[in-house]
Design a protein around this ligand. Structure first.
Ligand SMILES: [Fe+2]
Length: 245
């Protein structure tokens, strides 16, 4: 499914591919190798941003050896000497800046371990958003974990371990105080969009859903979202759904 979706994105000639984490099920080296192979065309062209998900730090060994950073890293090229690479800022165009965050944290009980950004990362993200605003650019924030679940999804998601973002309230506050064009995330296996307050207008928060999990419910079908942005913010979002065949 992922291969099909990536092929369709190549045909669409998107400017940049953002992968919002959970490239693997359990952070195995062989899983990262397969993910890297799929993403290589975008990585080679410098058109790729990847964020770690909770599954990518699922095991103590994967987390302790920085397997995600070594194998993939923020640009899909891997890091020989891993360091804290997030916030990862990418100039998508002269008008739009992408700021990728790392919310994935190892926990002894993976199904009960929340994501966490931390005050240092949040402060750096806020500075990057404010810098973009001063330059007249739109800033897009991206992370793996959801900030909140919309009411229409609460019932069906209630049976799932939610593994929320521990400091989601601080990210909501950042968006309320500084202009963020959109918050893009993954983690939930359903596509949805909600809005949170912004300094002058609402901030869209968009979950792309899963790219590779078969499901009958329309919102849970494997998909990619194609966003159009300029200095004024998010202009449009189209959905690219991989066929279930
Ligand atoms: Fe996740």
């Amino acid at each position: 499914m992922a291969r099909k979706l990536i092929g369709a994105l190549r045909e669409e000639k998107v400017d940049h591919l953002l992968v919002t984490g959970d490239l693997t099920l359990s952070g195995e080296a062989s899983e990262f190798e397969r993910a890297l192979e799929l993403l290589a065309p975008f990585a080679r062209e410098g058109k790729l941003t990847v964020l770690p998900g909770n599954h990518d730090v699922w095991s103590r060994e994967a987390a302790a050896t920085h397997r995600f950073l070594r194998a993939i890293g923020p640009d899909g090229k891997g890091m020989k000497k891993p360091y804290q690479a997030y916030p990862h800022k990418v100039d998508l165009s002269p008008e739009v800046v992408l700021i990728g965050l790392d919310s994935a944290r190892f926990g002894e009980e993976p199904l009960e371990s929340p994501g966490w950004l931390g005050s240092d990362q949040l402060a750096r993200a806020r500075d990057l958003v404010r810098d973009a605003a001063k330059e007249g650019k739109a800033a897009v924030l991206a992370l793996h974990h959801h900030l909140m679940i919309p009411p229409e999804r609460v019932a069906s998601d209630a049976k799932l371990a939610r593994m929320p973002l521990y400091d989601a309230d601080k990210l909501v506050r950042l968006c309320a105080e500084s202009p963020v064009a959109a918050v893009l995330h993954g983690h939930r296996h359903a596509a949805f969009r909600l809005e949170i307050p912004g300094p002058s207008r609402p901030t869209p928060v968009i979950c792309s859903g899963s790219a590779s999990r078969l499901h009958d419910e329309p919102a849970r079908r494997p998909r990619a979202l194609i966003h159009q942005l300029d200095r004024t913010g998010l202009r449009a979002t189209d959905t690219l759904v991989a066929s279930s065949a």
